[in-house]
Write a protein that binds this ligand. Structure first.
Ligand code: FPP
Length: 236
């Protein structure tokens, strides 16, 4: 889920941009509940990209505050609903408090398996591929396989080293807010994902909008570069 359009949603209502982010958090709650109800097992939210640091410092601080508040307020509920929380991205620039909250939330929810909710924070698809390659290379070096001249492209299996190695590749990528691009989201993992773009701004993306996206998805014929295969039906 590429959650775009918070700022525009707020501007249309003559509200500060941060009001759009606050409403965006409410939508996150709604969509998490929707996924649990509909037995969707993995939901990944692009909450903060590596490029978002370039926003005004007040807005960045506000977004960090929202993450902190959401983590403090929601972890009990996530546990109660069987949600396993994972956060992917380079977390090192985040405040020690936020990093500690993330570690605690991940540990507390680790045993849950109804829905795996991944928050991509300071995440970029290129960063993910780069860090996976470093991980792969380290293993090759440790096992004495590192002679570069012997490596062919197909020998490089980055899958186990990517940030979301614990999850299947996404079936459906949804982007709200009218733009039709991937913006450095799960670049490697989305190779065969169905891409759904809607003009609806994230703070207005409710359960009915999600239904529309799923109805579109189940019509898709998924070929994975081969001959036909119907889209997996999502149970009601
Ligand atoms: C894009 O809207 C949204 C973001 C950069 C932040 C997304 C964050 C949230 C929805 C809230 C926090 C989420 C969690 C998981 C606690 P934009 O600001 O780019 O909107 P615009 O394109 O209209 O300016």
């Amino acid at each position: 889920m590429i959650m775009d359009g918070n700022g525009r949603w707020a501007r249309k209502r003559h509200l500060p941009r941060v009001a759009g982010h606050a409403r965006g958090v409410k939508r996150v709650r709604d969509i998490v509940e929707f996924c649990i109800a509909r037995n969707i097992r993995y939901l990944t939210l692009f909450a903060f990209s590596t490029e978002n640091w370039k926003r005004p410092v007040d807005e960045v601080n506000h977004l960090m505050g929202l993450f902190v508040t959401a983590l403090e307020a929601e972890v009990n509920k996530l546990c109660k609903n069987g949600v396993c929380l994972r956060v992917i991205g380079d977390l090192s620039p985040f405040s020690p408090r936020l990093q500690a909250l993330i570690t605690t939330a991940e540990a507390r929810t680790a045993g849950n398996d109804r829905l795996t909710l991944t928050i991509a924070a300071n995440y970029g698809g290129r960063w993910d591929i780069q860090q996976a390659f470093v991980g792969w290379l380290k293993v090759q070096q440790a096992t004495g396989n590192a002679a570069a001249q012997q490596v062919s492209p197909e020998d490089i299996d980055l899958g186990p080293y990517l940030a979301m190695a614990y999850a299947p590749n996404p079936d459906l990528v949804i982007r709200t807010g009218g733009e039709q691009r991937i913006s450095n989201f799960l670049l490697w993992q989305s190779a065969y994902a169905e891409l759904y773009f809607t003009d609806t701004l994230w703070p207005a993306f409710d359960a009915a909008e999600m239904e529309r996206a799923l109805a579109w998805y189940v019509q898709r014929e998924r070929r994975f570069g081969q001959v036909g295969q119907p889209a997996q039906a999502i149970a009601r």
